[in-house]
Design a protein around this ligand. Structure first.
Ligand code: ADP
Ligand code: MG
Length: 235
């Protein structure tokens, strides 16, 4: 599959056209950013790890009957995906309090939630991806009422699938971010990536962080954490 025109270069990936009008090539980069791009760096090997980890996790989601954009792997850092129109919402699901939720509601990081929380962030770099609610999303016409309900239900289903798969591998799924897109016929697919860049993953025995928080918080051993997640998923 030939790489066509570069359509978009984001913080973690590049998106290219291909000879197929219905498919894009996604290339995963080693670049890492945090705090809306204020902190920048490189994580050796991250592109390769995230490409493969996403492929495996999309596989679990597909097996459970939820459609994803994943078509096939093209190289160690490239995958072919179905072209979608991205819904400009980041759908975050949380099982344990961490990150911005801890400061927003004044509960200590690490506190388990009584039930999972689903949040929507408006995907807009200029605004710093603000937290919004369902009525904002409807008023801004980011999604329809039916789509909002489907996004929440589907995020919770995916949460169950990923929690189960990670727990088999002694990893706690603390929280994660998903992006969805639509096809021309209006059907919705899981898109983008699922990786240690977009999930909080803690070792079940030690609570050690195995995700991008090691980069955000300068904890060291960043590459090792990504490699360990892939090792457990492949093992
Ligand atoms: P960003 O810096 O905006 O997070 P990334 O580096 O993650 O960008 O690059 C991926 C971009 O491609 C994102 O904007 C994402 O929404 C978009 N994208 C992901 N999957 C698809 C797809 N199947 N079709 C079209 N766009 C996609
Ligand atoms: Mg992204």
């Amino acid at each position: 599959m030939e790489k066509g025109r570069l359509l978009y270069e984001g913080k973690a990936k590049r998106v290219y056209e291909t000879e197929r009008s219905d498919a894009y090539l996604v290339e995963f980069k080693d670049n890492a950013t945090a705090f809306n791009g204020q902190k920048r760096g490189q994580i050796e090997g991250k592109g390769r790890y995230n490409n493969r980890i996403s492929e495996i996790l999309f596989g679990f989601v597909e097996e459970a009957g939820i459609a994803t954009h994943f078509l096939r792997s093209l190289s160690d850092r490239e995958m072919l995906v179905r072209r979608v129109t991205i819904i400009p919402l980041e759908v975050v699901t949380r099982n344990i309090v961490a990150g911005t939720l801890a400061s927003r509601v004044g509960i200590a990081e690490g506190t388990p939630l009584k039930r999972p929380v689903v949040e929507f962030y408006y995907k807009n770099d200029d605004l710093g991806d603000p937290l919004i609610n369902r009525s904002h999303a409807l008023a801004l016409e980011l999604a329809t009422m039916e789509q909002m309900s489907w996004l929440e239900e589907t995020a919770l289903k995916i949460n169950g699938i990923l929690q189960r798969e990670f727990s088999k591998r002694n990893v706690i799924l603390v929280d994660f971010k998903l992006e969805f897109g639509s096809l021309a016929d209006g059907s919705l697919l899981l898109a983008d990536e699922i990786s240690p860049d977009t999930c909080r993953l803690w070792d079940a025995a030690s609570n050690e962080k195995l995700d991008k928080d090691r980069f955000r918080r300068d904890l060291g051993q960043v590459e090792e954490a990504y490699r360990e997640i892939l090792r457990r998923l492949e093992g």
